[in-house]
Design a protein around this ligand. Structure first.
Ligand SMILES: [Zn+2]
Length: 255
């Protein structure tokens, strides 16, 4: 079967980052490093900094927007690149990122920035409690607080109802909840056992309580991997994703 055109373009775009950094088509962990860079603001890969990475990463982003439910990995058996559905990929990436504390921090920082941006846009409206309502009879979206018309669309146009549901107040409410969810995820504690030997190596007394003489190792209780995966699921909501195809996990069809 010929390779799907979008997947091929995505693969070449990812490869382009590897070529820039290591002058080779697919250096070790390329799929992980490029994904990490997508999640971060101003990330580095080895000696290569954000300015040089900007263009090749933008190419990857652009194809990510079109091939949203896939990523590309190296198949361990064949040694060749192959597509992987995004949910399976997030699990793989989470396992990899656990060993890279900076990958987790970069990801959370970027998500918080995205939230700030969307919130700022929503807050640009005049009143903090702007709440919109759609009147399908006349095709108008009204601002209830100001008793004014925000926009006119066609009568019965579903776009009107859609816009009213995504009014600034609703957007801000969702972001406030997302922030609480993020804080909640990040506050979860590593496993601490009565017997020190069974305490997670990543646990610290200050953060997780208990006593941990073996601390400063990698998390083996599953918390870090779970956190990375969930933070990324949350972050997907701030990308331009088509959630229907994302959930379906279906491969793109056609060339
Ligand atoms: Zn742990």
């Amino acid at each position: 079967m010929p390779e799907h055109a979008g997947l091929k373009a995505l693969r070449l775009a990812i490869s382009g980052v590897s070529q820039l950094v290591h002058h080779t088509d697919w250096s070790h962990d390329t799929e992980y490093e490029v994904w990490r860079l997508l999640q971060e603001d101003h990330g580095h890969w080895g000696q290569t900094g954000p300015a040089a990475l900007e263009q090749p990463l933008e190419r990857v982003r652009s194809w990510r927007r079109r091939v949203q439910h896939c990523w590309i990995v190296i198949d361990e058996e064949t040694g060749r690149q192959r597509p992987i559905d995004i949910r399976s990929w997030l699990t793989l990436y989470a396992q990899w990122a656990v060993a890279r504390r900076d990958a987790v921090t970069g990801m959370v920082d970027r998500l918080r920035k995205e939230m700030d941006t969307v919130e700022r846009l929503a807050a640009a409206h005049r009143h903090p409690c702007d709440s919109w309502e759609f009147d399908p009879a006349v095709g108008e979206i009204r601002d209830l607080y100001n008793a004014g018309t925000v926009a006119s669309v066609g009568k019965e146009d579903p776009a009107g109802e859609h816009m009213a549901r995504h009014d600034p107040a609703a957007v801000r409410a969702r972001i406030a909840c997302d922030r609480m969810l993020l804080d909640d995820l990040l506050a979860e504690k590593h496993h601490v056992a009565d017997d020190d030997a069974y305490t997670c190596p990543a646990a610290t007394t200050v953060r997780d309580g208990g006593r941990n003489p073996y601390q400063q190792g990698l998390c083996d209780c599953g918390l870090d991997a779970r956190t990375v995966r969930r933070v990324q699921l949350l972050a997907l909501g701030y990308e331009d994703v088509d959630t229907a195809t994302l959930r379906s996990g279906l491969w793109p069809t056609g060339a």
